[in-house]
Write a protein that binds this ligand. Structure first.
Ligand code: BGC
Length: 767
């Protein structure tokens, strides 16, 4: 954090403190009012109606005009539904809400949830891409726009942000998270919650957030989705928990339990996790929802039948049951059997009602049902413009030999590859509200941005993969790549004919949108063979080739790094994909994204992450292999692209670090500054990263940990001094007894443009 920022933060904190003291009576009044209201309501509720509030079915079978007649409508009338999800459009939502507030006995309004993960109809880059912007303002803004659009369409609750740390790109859901680093992910968690909830759920354009999947869902064995997790508490607290906690600290109103087990007990029934950690240690006051059939799945986990697991879930701290209806159907008997208590049911019911109260639904159940807003605020020109800019910020330039990029907006460009004309795939995974027909493909974007100045030729070149069944599995939910039934040879021949007429080739290759995401784990992280063959053939033409890589996860690009002159990783950029990519390819936007996840050389290195421990036999810096050291015979320990890495059209040079002192005591502040010079003729943005290593601790500490970053614009020839202020707060960690504190000793302060290339200075800090 810079001095100015720190001073501003201090002033801001003081102002907040003053404000909170002054508004304390108002808050207490508000809380007392809410309590009175809910007490009175709950007094009238039958057991069945209370359990109804804990029930969250999917609205799958409600289509327009059917709200009155669907099975779910009947349940709503009977007071057996607390909320619904998977229902889109203000018209339908209004109809269903009407059933709840006009036809049910107690007229309790419903929550309407949806997976609004990275935008609504205006779609932003997949979260992994967004995290590579390292720009919290933009990330918050993307969530705010998503909230505005979703609430304009009747939604009041989003199942986002997903903040599961993962170090395993085989896991398909790395696409939905923020990468491997707890510090970066925590900043993002906070930005997302603020963007959605805007610190004021009473507004009609703020959306209740739900942080997920609590907890450790990203650490499944072998990267296989839903797989077992087994982890030490040290690792949980120091490396995986902080993004969830950051969301709680930011005031997130709901939490979703994860599918996996923790210490042998599924998260959904894990009292230590859902009550001791979440509520007692972190002070969470909102409600906890299961993941989709999370309760029922505990039968297969092997901890009991539906009645047993439902009782365990409630007792652990679950308040709402997504889809499975275990709570609704079995708790009456469990209550009779005394395996649960009425006060446990009451507590859960109260929390769900509180959320509805805080959203203002009791005052106006149609608060989010304004058809005029739906007409004007969704997929608006302004939102699309912002999405275009945000998308371009998420791209990571992985290689740019001889400054091949940006390409000139002239001559003939051959755009080749299965992702080039693939509008359905541009929004990426988890874009349930998107309208695929309105997404901009790379072909469309490139043509429009090139205008009459350049000639764009196109050929598909290959299918996604030679294996049709695999392609079917990787293009579900309408995200088709329009498989071409011609032979591989015929597609290649056509591509080479097109390439032959061009000055430069842009190869749009990689994964399809559903090649990553939920239930899309892979054991092979190469670009599929048939595309790689295409790429080889394009390179053999001798023309310059730019690889525009679409992917939802780190891929293994060792061959590509060696042979392709320029690689631009664009993830899945969202609805404005084609425009944003064209902006970067032609140089209207200088790429500034930095990786939030390590790219390994091969799958065998996984899990590979920058903030690892040193071991007792570390490999010496710069070495590939040494006998009896921690390494492999066949590949070095290095990543292909380290965490924090990303090039720019500018060239940045870092000075050494200057510190105000080398010996510090107690609560002193260390100032570490560095000069970043732009040695090029183009203005660019650089993400300057601060890492710290605690050289010796009471428990072993990582070789480095991200502790700060600043994204700064640097003009051609300009040298900017970037300053980080470091206090003992930045040195804290959870020790063996899980106490959060810092310890006297030496610390390496590292600053650089990625986690590997850093300048270092050592300081000593004592109590
Ligand atoms: C996913 C959640 C999602 C839920 C509702 C589950 O399969 O794990 O992330 O929010 O479905 O769609």
């Amino acid at each position: 954090m810079s001095i100015k920022n720190k001073q501003m933060k201090k002033a801001f904190t003081l102002a907040i403190l003053l404000f909170s003291i002054l508004s304390l009576p108002a808050q207490t009044n508000e809380a007392a009012k809410m309590k009175r209201f809910i007490d009175a309501l709950m007094k009238q509720m039958t057991l069945e109606e209370k359990l109804g509030q804990l029930n969250l079915p999917s609205a799958g079978d409600i289509t327009t005009g059917q709200a009155q007649s669907s099975d779910i409508a009947q349940k709503i009338r009977e007071g057996k539904v607390g909320g619904l999800f998977n229902i889109k459009s203000v018209g339908k939502i209004k109809d269903v809400q009407r059933v709840a507030v006009e036809e049910s006995r107690l007229k309790i309004p419903l929550l309407f949830g949806m997976d609004v993960i990275h935008g609504y109809e205006t779609v932003f880059p997949i979260p992994l891409g967004l995290s590579c912007t390292w720009d919290m303002g933009l990330i918050e803004r993307s969530a705010q726009i998503a909230a505005q659009e979703a609430t304009a369409d009747g939604i009041n609750w989003t199942f986002s942000p997903m903040v599961d740390i993962s170090r395993d790109p085989r896991w398909g859901r790395v696409s939905e998270g923020n990468g491997e680093d707890p510090y970066l992910a925590s900043q993002i968690a906070k930005a997302m919650v603020n963007g959605y909830q805007q610190n004021d759920l009473k507004k009609n354009n703020s959306l209740m957030a739900c942080v997920k999947h609590f907890a450790l869902y990203g650490a499944g064995e072998a990267g296989r989705d839903y797989n077992t997790v087994d982890m030490s508490r040290q690792r949980m607290y120091n490396e995986f928990f902080s993004p969830y906690k950051a969301a709680v600290d930011a005031g997130v109103e709901s939490v979703m339990a994860s599918f996996n087990e923790i210490d042998g007990i599924p998260a959904t029934a894990n009292k230590w996790l859902l009550t001791d950690v979440l509520r007692k240690q972190w002070g969470f006051k909102g409600f906890v929802v299961t993941d989709y059939t999370g309760i029922n799945e505990m039968i297969d986990h092997g901890i009991g039948d539906l009645k047993t697991v439902s009782a365990k879930a409630l007792a652990a701290g679950i308040d709402m049951d997504m889809v499975g209806e275990g709570l609704l159907t079995t708790l009456p008997q469990s209550l009779k059997d005394k395996t649960i208590t009425l006060s446990q049911i009451d507590a859960a019911c109260r929390r769900v009602l509180e959320a509805k109260y805080k959203l203002g639904l009791f005052e106006d159940p149609y608060k989010y049902c304004d058809e005029n807003r739906a007409k004007t605020e969704i997929f608006s020109a302004d939102h699309r413009k912002e999405a275009r800019a945000i998308s371009a910020e998420s791209f990571v330039l992985l290689k740019n030999e001889n400054s091949l990029l940006p390409v000139k907006r002239s001559g003939t460009i051959a755009l080749i590859g299965p992702l080039a004309d693939a509008k359905e795939n541009m929004p990426g995974t988890w874009s349930v509200a998107a309208r695929f027909d309105r997404a901009v493909s790379l072909l469309e974007g490139l043509k429009e941005v090139a205008g009459s100045q350049a000639n764009i030729l196109y050929a598909k070149g290959s299918n996604l993969t030679a294996d049709k069944e695999l392609e079917d599995r990787a293009t579900m939910f309408g995200k088709t790549l329009h498989r071409d039934n011609r032979s591989t040879e015929a597609l290649l021949e056509e591509a080479l004919a097109v390439a032959g007429q061009s000055d430069v080739i842009v190869a749009a290759l990689g994964e399809s949108a559903e090649f990553s995401g939920e239930s899309s784990s892979r054991t092979n992280l190469d670009i599929p063979d048939v595309q790689k063959e295409l790429l080889k053939a394009l390179l053999q033409t001798g023309k310059p080739v730019v690889l525009v890589l679409f992917t939802g996860r780190p891929l293994t690009l060792t061959w590509e790094q060696e042979h392709v002159p320029a690689i631009l990783n664009v993830w899945f950029p969202g609805s404005e994909a084609g425009y944003a990519i064209a902006d970067v390819l032609f140089g209207a936007v200088n790429p500034s994204g930095k990786l939030s996840a390590t790219f390994p050389q091969n799958v065998g290195q996984i899990p590979l992450f920058y903030n690892h421990k040193n071991t007792g036999r570390p490999l010496q810096e710069g070495k590939w292999f040494e006998k009896f050291r921690s390494n492999y015979l066949d590949v070095s320990n290095d990543p292909l692209y380290p965490f924090g890495f990303g090039l720019s059209y500018s060239k940045f040079e870092y000075s050494d670090i200057a510190v105000n002192k080398n010996n510090l005591k107690g609560n002193e502040t260390l100032t570490a500054s560095i000069q970043v010079k732009n040695n090029s003729s183009v203005e660019g943005k650089e993400v300057v990263q601060l890492y710290i290593r605690d050289v010796a601790g009471s428990v072993t500490r990582p070789v480095k940990e991200l502790k700060g970053f600043q994204k700064v614009a640097v003009k051609p020839g300009e040298a900017r001094t970037i300053q980080f202020l470091i206090t003992p707060e930045d040195l804290k960690f959870y020790n063996y007894d899980l106490q959060y504190d810092w310890e006297t000793g030496d610390f390496d302060i590292m600053i650089g443009g990625n986690s590997k290339d850093v300048k270092t200075v050592r300081v000593h800090w004592s109590r």
